[in-house]
Write a protein that binds this ligand. Structure first.
Ligand code: HEM
Length: 437
């Protein structure tokens, strides 16, 4: 290891979920780190997680994202995990016969040659051409969501929280539909996802795991994974008998090299799409609404000229960077300026920091829907670039079209609160006062 080591205070701040609830201090922290030590070693002061290199510069995060043979996903946890979390994942996966630091065998935990083969199965489905087939259905859902949100404001007299009324349920519903989960099973699926991924924020973690021993947690998580697998095997059997045009049907019949994919790979696929597809889009949707609520002139402009909506959507995704990091493992030594990263080292690509790098984005904290060449890295890059990026953009565009039809003005009616989470972050409350159209 040759390179700077962060102070214990900085190391604590970078890995503490609570830091991610306070946005301005978080951006200040990353600005300081980027300016002083853009590639820095983070070591746990209490020894409760393995050390890793934190990357805060846009160019470095882009490089690691694209050099997929040199920086792998599979060997270590792909999301920052402490030693206890990793032991839990190893325990649960060992019971399934394939010990891994990643709980679920999904696209983000795999590398070539298997990763591209699995990814190719649904790649076409997620492209804009195919998404046109489901656009009308999403538009309808967007309209219903906007109607419900406006109705809750009781003609504008009530304060309405945008998160539970619109930003959270809408993307969850879209993702469940493409996976073929009937509406009545959605709460169960949500609960199982929460059990599997724990949740670092006490308000959001409804799984009641806070009081459990590690053995009990392992048992619960193992049970949740098994239940997911058997649920989706049932669904796959149904889709084989009665095929439709959804992702569930593709996965039900999927083959790689002439062999049907395994139940574990199929479950991993369902789980990654279900998990990756809702909190992320909720967070960027909420961010777009916050930006509009804070800038009445921008709201008026986009209401009058809907060609501005895609710019708002793209900037909201950069500005919020809902996926705050992913991890990689170096397969060989690599040089980043004066810093040498050794084979086997663990790296954190911090998207929040990279998307606020002033070398790439002038005045990065400003919400600027007119940024030219907004080449943000909120969807990642390279072989693992977000599979659902066109869907996320489409969902957001359709929701804002529906909201702008129904609302004349919007303003903040209280302090928005962010989630305490190192991984997927964003607002958990956004109180608004609206003027219905
Ligand atoms: C604003 C919303 C979203 C953001 C910010 C986001 C962000 C990301 C990021 C950063 C990655 C990892 C990229 C990398 O390692 O280079 C990723 C991967 C992925 N995302 Fe998204 N995502 C969003 C929405 C969605 C949606 C709506 C879906 C599907 C319904 C989805 C499905 C996936 C999948 C399956 C992967 C794994 C791809 C792979 O490893 O090959 N995401 N996403």
């Amino acid at each position: 290891m040759t390179g700077p080591v962060a102070s214990p205070q900085v190391a604590e701040a970078v890995t503490d979920p609570k830091s991610y609830a306070a946005w301005t201090p978080l951006l200040d922290l990353f600005d300081t780190i980027r300016a002083e030590t853009p590639v820095v070693r983070i070591e746990s002061p209490k020894g409760d997680h393995d050390p890793f290199w934190l990357l805060t510069r846009y160019d470095d995060v882009m490089r690691v994202s694209k050099e997929n043979a040199r920086f792998l996903n599979a060997p270590r946890a792909t999301v920052f995990t402490n030693k206890m979390g990793e032991a839990l994942a190893r325990d649960v996966t060992a019971r399934q016969g394939e010990e891994s630091p990643n709980l679920v065998s999904s696209l983000v935990a795999l590398d070539a040659p298997k990763h591209p083969k699995l990814r190719r199965l649904t790649q076409e489905w997620f492209m804009p051409k195919n998404l046109r087939n489901i656009e009308a259905g999403i538009r309808e859902l967007a309209a219903k969501t906007a109607d419900r949100f406006v109705a809750a404001s009781a003609g504008g007299s009530e304060v309405v929280d945008f998160i539970p009324l619109a930003a959270a349920p809408y993307p969850l519903h879209v993702v469940m539909q493409i996976l073929g989960v009937p509406e009545e099973d959605e709460p169960r699926m949500l609960f199982l996802t929460q059990q599997m991924f724990g949740g670092q924020d006490e308000d959001l973690s409804k799984s009641g795991m806070a009081q459990m021993t590690p053995e009990m947690i392992s048992q619960v998580v193992f049970g949740a994974v098994a239940e997911f697998e058997s649920y989706f095997e049932g669904l796959a059997a149904q889709r084989r008998a009665y095929p439709t045009g959804d992702v569930a049907t593709i996965l039900a019949n999927a083959e790689i090299d002439g062999e049907p994919i395994s139940a574990r790979d199929r479950a991993g696929y369902y789980i990654i799409v279900a998990a990756a597809g809702h909190d992320t889009t909720s967070a960027s949707t909420a961010g777009a609404m916050l930006a509009l609520a804070q800038d009445p002139e921008q709201f008026a402009r986009v209401k009058a000229d809907r060609s501005l909506v895609p710019g708002i959507v793209e900037e909201a995704i950069r500005w919020t960077s809902p996926v705050q990091h992913f991890m990689r493992t170096a397969t060989e030594d690599a040089q980043f300026g004066d810093v040498t990263i050794k084979a086997g080292d663990w790296l954190m690509m911090n998207y929040v920091a990279a998307n606020h790098d002033p070398a790439q984005f002038p005045d990065p904290r400003r919400f600027d829907a007119g940024r030219d060449a907004n080449r943000h890295i909120a969807f990642g890059a390279g072989a693992h670039q977000c599979l659902g990026l066109h869907l996320a953009r489409l969902e957001m565009r359709l929701l804002f079209d529906a909201l702008l039809d129904r609302i004349d003005a919007v303003e903040l009616a209280g302090e928005p609160k962010r989630a305490k989470s190192t991984f997927v972050g964003g607002l958990k409350t956004l109180p608004l006062r609206i003027t219905p159209a």
